[in-house]
Design a protein around this ligand. Sequence first.
Ligand code: MIC
Ligand code: SF4
Length: 643
Amino acid sequence: MGMTIAQKIIKAHLVSGDMTPGSEVALRIDQTLTQDATGTMAYLEFETMGIPRVKTELSIAYVDHNTLQCGFENADDHRYLQTVAAKHGVYFSRPGNGICHQVHLERFGKPGKTLIGSDSHTPTGGGIGMLAFGAGGMDVAVAMGGGAYYITMPKMFKVNLTGKLRPYVTAKDVSLKLLQILSVKGGVGAIVEWGGEGIAALSVPERATITNMGTELGATTSIFPSDDVTKAFLAAQGRADDYTPLCSDADAVYDRIIDIDLSTLEPMIACPHSPDNVVEVNTLSAVKVDQVCIGSCTNSSLSDMLKVAAMLKGKTIHPTVSLSISPGSRQVLSMLADCGALADILASGARVLECACGPCIGMGFSPSSGGVSLRTFNRNFLGRSGTKDGQVYLVSPETAVASALTGYITDPTTTKGELKVQMPEKFKIDDSAVLAPLPADEAANAAVLRGPNIKEFPKSKAFNDSLEAKLVLKVGDNITTDHIMPAGAKILPYRSNIPHLSKFCFEVCDPTFPERAKAAGDGIIVGGSNYGQGSSREHAALVPMYLGIRGVIAKSFARIHVANLINAGILPMVFEDPADYDNLDQDADLYIENIVAGMADGKLAVTDRTTGKQFNVLCSLTERQRAILLAGGLLNYTKEGGQ
Ligand code: MIC
Ligand code: SF4
């Protein structure tokens, strides 16, 4: 039987396991990336493993999230990352060099290779034909040490593109269309492969916009073939040797095929507060806009920025709109400056921010109270912008500019004139902001500099055979890791300080949660479906663990989060009968017995001692995952000699 692209890469990297969907496979990882907000924890974990030098082909630490530096915390963390990277064989991309996924695509991504990153948008690399996964920091630490990365073998979806995009309709609209079709749960357990005659006209950055937003579908990852378009991009980046062709077999079998005719697509927009709340832009033309933000790892490439500059050229933005533009990398910014496009952007009245995540993660540029903010980003979860009642919409750069000019949500296809930009044959290459690690002999004696904000890693408990725990919090469907462990300028600097972070856990849902959880001793959280979607931040598991959470019972879980829960020693359980969710009340006293045998059978009985009712929960865990949980988390398991 023929194979899909992902199956081919998995086969070539298979360490153990069988490639039947649903069973666990262990993969050899060629490259890893971290960003600063998750990276400090990942390197602290790596250090506890006692391995002197990373064993991957390439590992790189980016600094792109926590760049505000309102106090010593972020600067200390940057210094820690720089010194720990130099010592252990990791490249270091300095703050200002750009957003991890954009820089990685430009300078390091290679078709056919495996990449894991401590950031959920690592699948951006699928745009260049990499098999790239978002993962928790601990999994990245293990991969840096040469360990395998474990995933559940996914199903294979194919999106077949036909036709050609009309002017002002973009790759972003394709992503939003797929979110409308599949929803934020529709990609769970699947790898989405993009193909069909329509992909030939999509550039690598456009493909990367699409694979980037595959994360919002809940997909394990997304991937494009590696073809002449890939070859030309790599050559223009001075990396022609990194090219390998890659395509699926003609008789590859897919679990689902979705057809999208690009020529009939309209500009799309995701409404507050979910990326799948998608409608056509032209249905919202009466909505007044307060703020527009262009950038993020989804839409900050040179071609995006050149189009933005061309649309802004000679015009002034609407007086009541505030427009921010964050180019994705120093390469993009410097090329915009060289060709004069930056001057067009500035002349329009836009505010140019540094090459970093910025407003996407609430690091500045929060909208006004109740303000309507149009963003070219990938997530519009409640409160993420930093303004709790901010109304955040997700759009393409073209829709963003058209709206910034009129002051209302505007369909960009109504713009007069052609939008043509000339892409350079060669990108400007300057890797001076990427620091190489120290040679092994110098590294041995090099110091790693830690600031006072780096606190000890929280200790997790091993499981006994029974558990008495309070149901400390009951939440609904689609709870994101932004609900569990919010980000933003005030909280992000404390990503290596779990005790401080814990004060903000579930702040948007219930600010009393941290106190109540601590007081309860052992606790359980109950959630609806797709619990833990969104970011890869392992803090959304480590912090609840610190607060005494021992288990989460949900209707279903998001992939990276469930792995993070297990790594943190928290037991993920799924209602056997989802109707039991309705019978549970917050503050109930729950009791679970025969945990060891039940975990092995994949089923546990839970007694609600407050009502006397009993119900079953499923915990389909592999032997390795059970051993991790019984040891009280991956770090304990690894210390005890587990592989
Ligand atoms: C995000 O987009 O939510 C982040 C911030 O990049 C996260 C990582 C983090 O929480 O640090 C992600 O996507 O994994
Ligand atoms: Fe940064 Fe936003 Fe991309 Fe996350 S989604 S990596 S915060 S730009």
